[in-house]
Design a protein around this ligand. Structure first.
Ligand code: ATP
Length: 345
């Protein structure tokens, strides 16, 4: 119990678990009369056939596209719809947007909807093509992920937008050739990858494409000193295994990888020289001023980033907000290194 208490963070009106502990997943949210369990970790596989054979413990499995956004769990608490981040914080932006899901909870008050948010959100690159999208990928009842058939039934019944379903397969029917084609197709389309799930809902693994590994590097190398240890190593290693497994052109990918690293890093250096900081721009559209205020307070709690350049405007009946996140560590290090500071290696 003491271990559990150490890992609990107190928020306004609820508590959340910072790490896995006591049989609960990180991100579990504790309200007075309700527990919203954390979404389970999905293990990564590096090679398709061996990875599926070893980790999916049943014959039948589904393959879904892996969408690159951020994870939210949506639940009804005390009659109100809330969206929670992976870490178990109330996410005010998604809570406003996804309050439209209240119709689902009328008949399913104890089910938690799990999905990926993308688009003009506080955490994903802005786009002019749409405002935001919420792709449902699972439902949870207590700690259990609902089985495939039940998930599909709910998605259909409530007409929810879901992650693209690539198909249903059986290990005994040797689907490996087909899966390889799928992986190549996703890679060609610069999509993130796939999530492979046992039909019972009890096991899942993720498999990503080298084009998404390289894209991650392109987007994040300029924040180099803020990235977690291993971020780049992992992606370089994963993409190498994929290239080997699929006999792909090393020359072509070497060029892409180098270009991703250098274009991103020099972009960061140029930006620092011009603006005095390394930052990333976001844009959101909200209905209520208080939603933006709550998003701002949430972002301000971060130790890694600082919110700057906030600009608000009226857009129809919505409020548009543009803001930047300044990456603190990278900005500090660039400041030192580019002004002649010497370091001992
Ligand atoms: P972990 O889930 O192991 O903690 P992570 O938070 O770093 O890892 P990723 O490596 O991006 O996240 O992979 C898992 C995440 O992928 C899920 O938590 C979910 O947000 C996202 N995701 C996107 N598409 C799907 C999908 N079809 N099924 C399940 N998760 C998906």
């Amino acid at each position: 119990m003491a271990v559990l208490l150490k890992k609990i963070a107190k928020e306004d009106g609820y508590e959340r678990l910072k790490d896995d502990a006591g049989g609960y997943f990180a991100g579990t949210v504790f309200f007075k009369d309700r527990v919203i369990h954390g979404y389970p970790h999905i293990k990564r596989i590096f090679t398709l056939k061996e990875g599926v054979e070893r980790n999916i413990k049943e014959d039948g499995f589904s393959v879904e596209e892996k969408i690159d956004g951020y994870n939210v769990r949506v639940a009804l608490v005390d009659g109100k719809v809330f969206a929670f981040t992976r870490a178990g914080r109330i996410e005010p932006y998604a809570s406003e947007k996804l309050s439209s899901l209240s119709f689902f909870f009328e008949e399913n008050p104890d089910i938690v909807i799990c999905g990926e948010m993308v688009g003009n959100t506080p955490f994903t690159p802005p786009t002019d093509q749409f405002d935001f999208m919420f792709y449902v990928f699972d439902f949870m009842k207590e700690k259990t992920i609902l089985p495939f058939d039940e998930k599909q039934r709910l998605i259909k019944k409530y007409n929810l937008s879901s992650v693209p379903l690539i198909g249903k397969f059986k290990k005994t029917e040797e689907p490996w050739k087909k899966l390889k084609e799928v992986a190549l197709f996703l890679n060609k389309g610069k999509r993130e990858g796939m999530v492979i799930k046992g039909l019972s809902g009890k096991s899942a693994v993720k498999y990503v494409t080298p084009s998404s590994d390289i894209e991650d590097i392109r987007q994040n190398a300029r924040f180099i000193f803020d990235m977690p240890v291993g971020f780049f190593n992992q992606r370089v290693f994963r993409s190498s295994v994929f290239l080997e497994d699929f006999g792909m052109s090393r020359e072509e990918y070497a060029k892409k990888l180098g270009e991703a690293f250098y274009s991103s890093l020099s972009g960061g250096i140029k930006q620092f020289k011009k603006e005095g900081a390394v930052k990333e721009e976001f844009r959101i559209f909200v209905e209520k001023e208080e939603t933006w205020n709550a998003v701002y307070s949430m972002l301000k709690k971060s130790k890694e980033i600082e919110v700057s350049d906030v600009y608000k405007w009226k857009e129809g009946n919505k409020i548009g907000v543009r803001f930047s996140k300044v990456y603190r560590k990278t900005t500090q290090k660039f400041r030192k290194f580019l002004s002649g500071y010497a370091v001992e290696d």
